[in-house]
Design a protein around this ligand. Structure first.
Ligand code: SF4
Length: 315
């Protein structure tokens, strides 16, 4: 179990990341998907079945120390590994709940939501943020590039059976000839939202590409378009829809050594490319600019560009 952040999240505020599944050495992620826009890159391993990965007590001790120090708004299961690949997800959520009352979110692609044992783990969290980017199997395969045999219809069925709060997250974007931002696709996605909402109430979270990946053809949609789509969903489906907008970074005050800062910065950027301002806001009071420049000088960190903005990544 790896702890990183808190990261600045437009959905969850200061969100302390908990990564329950390691990417194998030489790989950038462990995920049954390979989304076109994935900010972890496309060198992933396709673990296709959840397994029980041990969660040592010392990892929880470290987590509680960091919660105490950083006082996050949310604790979020996310990172280099799809959280539902670890069948101990529910046990992790239970232990966290026994120790503090900070809400727990899980960011998931929901491909294992059809499994009852996986849903039992998801149900232990306060909110499940489940990814649906496409209304049809064909577009799902183009955008999310799932491992063989994963069916969108099964994912939708699984999400309908989750028994805790569910937000459906859709990332609206284009990449060369592939897009889900056109009116017809949005209309068909709205049918999917309506269908799920009939079984259980949902909220829709509309994001766009805000982190660089390794495909230069990726294009975000602008905030006017996102707000227009959100309005359409609210008006035509009667479902609350929120959309990504730039927010001022809420600073996290830290007082840690430069060595610890370098290790934490690397752990964060391995899982989430960040702008300079975002990084500095995470380590307020610990001279992060000096450590950042040292890591760049040593070739540990480098830059990727999206929409004329520089993001730091681990090389
Ligand atoms: S589900 Fe998430 S981690 Fe997996 S490929 Fe898609 S964006 Fe990357």
């Amino acid at each position: 179990m790896k702890i990183y952040g808190p990261v600045p999240s437009w959905r969850l505020g200061n969100s302390l990341g908990v990564d329950l599944v390691d990417a194998p050495p030489g790989y950038s992620k462990a995920c049954p998907f390979n989304c076109l826009y994935c900010h972890l890159g496309h060198k992933g391993t396709r673990m296709s079945e959840p397994v029980q990965v041990d969660l040592p007590t010392k990892d929880f001790d470290n987590l509680f120390a960091k919660i105490d120090e950083t006082k996050p708004d949310y604790i979020t299961f996310s990172g280099q590994g799809e959280p539902t690949l670890n069948l101990n997800l529910g046990q992790a959520a239970k232990r966290i709940k026994e120790m503090c009352n900070i809400p727990i979110a899980v960011l998931t692609n929901a491909c294992f939501a059809p499994r009852k044992d996986v849903r039992a783990g998801l149900d232990m969290c306060d909110v499940v943020i489940a990814k649906i980017d496409a209304p049809t199997q064909d577009l799902f395969e183009k955008i999310n590039q799932p491992a063989k045999g994963i069916r969108l219809a099964d994912i939708i069925g699984g999400i309908k059976s989750i028994n805790t709060k569910v937000c459906i997250q859709t990332l609206v974007f284009s990449c060369a000839n592939t897009t889900n931002a056109d009116d017809d696709t949005i209309g068909a996605l709205m049918d999917v939202y309506r269908d799920i909402n009939k079984s259980r109430p949902i909220e829709v979270l509309l994001g766009t590409v805000t982190r660089p990946s390794d495909d230069e053809n990726l294009r975000p949609v602008d905030s006017k378009k996102l707000s227009g789509i959100a309005e359409r969903i609210s008006e035509e489906c009667g479902i609350k829809a929120r959309y990504f907008s730039e927010k001022e970074q809420k600073k996290v005050n830290r007082n840690i050594s430069q060595d610890k800062l370098a290790a934490e910065m690397t752990d964060l950027l391995l899982r989430r490319p960040c702008t300079r301002e975002e990084i500095i806001s995470r380590f307020d009071g610990s001279d992060p600019a000096v450590v950042l420049d040292k890591l760049i000088g040593r070739g540990v960190l480098g830059l990727k560009v999206l929409d004329k903005k520089d993001y730091y990544v681990v090389l």
